[in-house]
Design a binder for this molecule. Structure first.
Ligand SMILES: [Zn+2]
Length: 376
């Protein structure tokens, strides 16, 4: 088969203001896994790809001796979430328990010495159960930062509100601050807020999935600026970001070298699943009630994803597990370690029969496999 490869478009300039200030970013993977059902999160379906058990990345962001956490993951005793949320978890997904962010911080023996008591603020990307954790594990001196509209949508929580989705105890006795994007700052095409006031860490307005959904951008080096983008749940699989007209699908030969499944010709299989310059998926209406806003957010991320100096980490990217340095290490040196270029297409293994990256035994339907095998 002749590959119909797209010609890459140059990504637009992001217009990120210069700054000499950086933050240290540490990715915390608590080991908790969440099952993602494709029909809830992305479309169209791909035969054989019935979902995956995904990690939930949280981030410790350190600005000198000021420390904030971006997302807390799932609390270990999730049966103590609001009853409405416990019912939803039970009915719709599977949580494989791990640890939690306070335990990771307080149990660290590396000598880093950043404990839960040292966290000045917890930032919720949004108020869904797999991101809110248990804020009451942090002292009253830890503020809770949320996106626009989240405070009114969340509290009173349970038990004051029998139908509540978060807990009263998440906000009790602490300052809860809503981010404002009214100052007019732009990062790429995102409305942005300069969290520390020095260009080291921005919160970004990323609507579509949930009320007040936030992403974040951390400056990880200054001299040759590099950034880590925390995508949270702006989308739930890298196949919503790639291929794009900035990052077209590589040649079949390249893909056959990158992908690890037992299939002889993964590149050919992938070519049949999408155009070379369009992502495999768009967001699914069920979990993205504002579809237009969500797709606009995804397109904004594609522009960052295409920039050589920006590493995009969405919260549930299984393809990056075991590929990125985790707490207590920082991820600031990501560019030198080539993690971005070497992991960019690994998610495609999810679509290759019996690659081991998804739970389905059957793989893509027989006719497609045999057809592509013949052409290989
Ligand atoms: Zn999530």
């Amino acid at each position: 088969m002749v590959a119909n490869l797209g010609t890459p478009k140059s990504p637009p300039a992001l217009g990120i203001p210069d700054s000499a200030y950086t933050v240290d970013v540490r990715v915390i993977d608590t080991g908790t896994l969440l099952h993602l059902n494709p029909s809830l999160f992305w479309q169209p379906p791909i035969d054989g790809f019935t979902g995956l058990h995904a990690p939930i990345y949280c981030f410790l962001v350190s600005h000198g001796n000021q420390h904030v956490i971006f997302d807390l993951g799932v609390r270990t005793d999730w049966e103590n979430y609001a009853p409405k949320i416990v019912s939803i978890i039970t009915a719709t997904t599977t949580v494989t328990p791990g640890s939690d962010v306070p335990s990771v911080l307080d149990g660290d023996t590396s000598g880093l010495g950043i404990r839960s008591a040292d966290i000045g603020a917890v930032i919720w990307s949004h108020n869904h159960f797999d991101h809110v954790g248990d804020v009451s594990r942090f002292p009253p001196t830890t503020d809770l930062i949320v996106g626009p509209g989240v405070r009114g949508a969340s509290w009173p929580g349970w038990p004051t509100n029998p139908d509540g989705t978060v807990l009263d105890s998440d906000a009790e006795g602490r300052v809860v601050r809503e981010v404002s994007f009214e100052a007019g700052l732009k990062i790429g095409r995102f409305d942005a807020m300069d969290f520390f006031g020095d260009g080291s860490f921005y919160l970004l307005d990323a609507p579509g999935h949930a009320v007040g959904h936030l992403c974040a951008l951390a400056r990880t080096t200054a001299d040759e600026p590099t950034f880590v983008f925390m995508g949270a749940d702006a989308c739930h699989h890298p196949g919503l970001l790639r291929p794009s007209n900035y990052l077209p699908l590589p040649s079949t030969t390249s893909l056959n070298g990158i992908l690890t499944g037992p299939s002889q010709c993964p590149g050919e299989i992938l070519q049949q699943l999408t155009r070379p310059d369009e992502p495999f998926f768009t967001v699914a209406p069920r979990m993205f009630p504002d579809h237009d806003a969500a797709m606009d957010t995804v397109r904004k991320i594609q522009e960052l994803d295409a920039a050589d100096n920006c590493l995009v980490l969405i919260a549930h990217d299984l393809s990056l597990r075991d590929k990125i340095p985790l707490f207590p290490e920082t991820i600031n040196g990501w560019k030198g370690s080539r993690v971005k270029t070497e992991t960019r297409w690994l998610f495609c293994n999810d679509f290759i029969p019996a690659s081991g990256h998804h739970e389905n035994e059957r793989g893509i339907e027989e006719s497609l496999v045999s057809q592509t095998t013949l052409e290989c």
